[in-house]
Design a protein around this ligand. Structure first.
Ligand code: ASP
Ligand code: MG
Length: 440
């Protein structure tokens, strides 16, 4: 039976880590491997693209990371792989030079530059596998049958890739697939959004209708962010839609786009710590559980529009533009007396503010930073009278003012926006009441 194993970038930082991954892979019968770039490499590629735009870039750090990872290879294979790495870095250098001449970077070029991390790592991992009696082949984008739409930086894998992936990945050898990277129909490289290799892994598993195991530097999804809620625990089992909500409301453990293909093909996604021990931390599947989670997003900002005329038109224009640009605000409220509130991840504020200002017609736009969001998520809240009152009561007891609220009609989540200084108090008080006595 096939299984997709995805190794996160922070799992593979040295030759020892790569050798450890080989031990794990050897315990599976028909593994398909998906990898992300080495730790910090995607950020470094983006940083160098920006430097190139200013006229100069430096590949020292990228050379060091990739060349030092070759240490554990046999002499001959080390030579061969060094050659391959060199030619990829030479091609990266050419791309960066083009950017430095043009003093600007297109979305297409940025995707091409960002893709080098994964395209390099598969060559290195495949070399190690072949050195250790695991016949393997490195495959990226089209070679692996992964085709996307034209949404550079946030590509969606096309349904037709189900057939092409199955055709391209022969299981006679172990396929080592570049996560995060695809190609559009025009033959240009696209990327799938930050953290996108989870999505690649889930899509491939969905194509083969097999399990998808994500090996990470954490044990699994948790009932809260342990940095904010020290008593947070691992969630053994959670439904797809709840997992999707956690990803949307700030969990960085899984990338939201990975959930849908798994749900459509009814395969489970398992999250496991990167260790030779076989223990699965979290299973995401169609199974309904009663787990309640306190999900937090530490840095959010509020974009507020106030006006008295044409507010529905303004609202419609904004939503249309968000749909075109694939923007999903954390919370969006509209009140009939002329106020629209949009809550977004603080990192995205400038980009979204620009869009909103262009479409604000006659209304007045205010941007406020320094907030956090706290969401109580779980099916167990459905139909229970008094849940919202309990949430608000707990916050009132802590003397925490609520700035904005949302609850979707599925009743599986309630989110509140509060001032950032209250985040710890709010999250821990809610966790104590809703989560600590749960049987998981
Ligand atoms: N390397 C990409 C990133 O850092 C994709 C991933 O890690 O999944 O976003
Ligand atoms: Mg990464």
């Amino acid at each position: 039976m096939a299984v997709v194993l995805k190794f996160g970038g922070s799992c593979l930082t040295s030759k020892d880590d790569i050798l450890k991954s080989i031990k794990i892979v050897k315990t599976y019968e028909q593994p398909i491997i998906v990898v992300s770039a080495f730790k910090g490499v995607t950020d470094e590629l983006i940083a160098q693209a920006k430097n190139a735009q200013q006229g100069k870039y430096d590949l020292k750090k990228l050379e060091e990371v990739h060349f030092s990872s070759l240490e554990g290879l046999s002499k001959q294979r080390q030579e061969e792989t060094k050659h391959t790495v060199q030619s990829f870095l030479a091609s990266l250098s050419k791309d960066l030079t083009k950017v430095s001449y043009a003093h600007e970077i297109t979305a297409e070029m940025l995707d091409q530059i960002m893709s080098y991390g994964e395209r390099l790592v598969i060559q290195i991992i495949a070399a190690y596998f072949n050195d250790n009696d695991l016949p393997a082949v490195a495959l990226s984008d089209k070679e692996a049958g992964i085709f996307t739409d034209d949404n550079f930086g946030n590509g969606v894998i096309l349904e037709s890739s189900i057939a092409s992936i199955k055709q391209k990945l022969s299981l006679n050898q172990i396929p080592i697939v570049a996560g995060f990277v695809g190609k559009n129909r025009g033959g240009e490289i696209t990327t799938l959004g930050r953290g996108g290799s989870d999505y690649t892994a889930a899509f491939i598993a969905a194509a083969f209708k097999c399990d998808c195991i994500l090996l990470k530097d954490v044990k699994g999804l948790m009932t809260g962010d342990p940095k904010i809620i020290p008593k947070a625990r691992i969630i053994p089992s959670i439904n797809y839609l709840n997992a999707l909500e956690l990803a949307n409301y700030g969990s960085k453990v899984i990338y939201s786009k990975a959930i849908l293909p798994a749900m459509q093909s009814d395969i489970s996604i398992k999250i496991k710590e990167f260790s030779p021990e076989n223990h699965i931390g979290t299973v995401i599947s169609d199974k309904m559980t009663d787990v309640i989670v306190i999900q937090t997003m530490k840095e959010v900002s509020i974009i507020n529009l106030i006006g008295y005329t044409e507010m529905m038109k303004t609202f419609a224009d904004i939503i249309t533009e968000f749909a075109a640009k694939d923007i999903y605000p954390l919370l969006l409220t509209e009140s009939s007396y002329g106020e629209i509130s949009i809550v977004v991840n603080e990192k995205e504020t400038d980009r979204i503010e620009n869009i909103v200002r262009k479409l604000s017609h006659k209304s007045h736009v205010q941007v406020k930073r320094g907030y956090s969001s706290v969401s109580v998520v779980g099916n167990a809240m459905k139909g229970k009278v008094g849940t919202a009152a309990k949430v608000f009561g707990i916050l009132a007891q802590q003397e925490i003012n609520i700035i904005a609220i949302s609850q979707s009609a599925s009743e599986s989540s309630i989110s509140v926006i509060i001032s950032r200084e209250h985040l710890e108090a709010a999250a821990n008080a809610l966790h104590k009441t809703f989560v600590e006595n749960q049987d998981l």
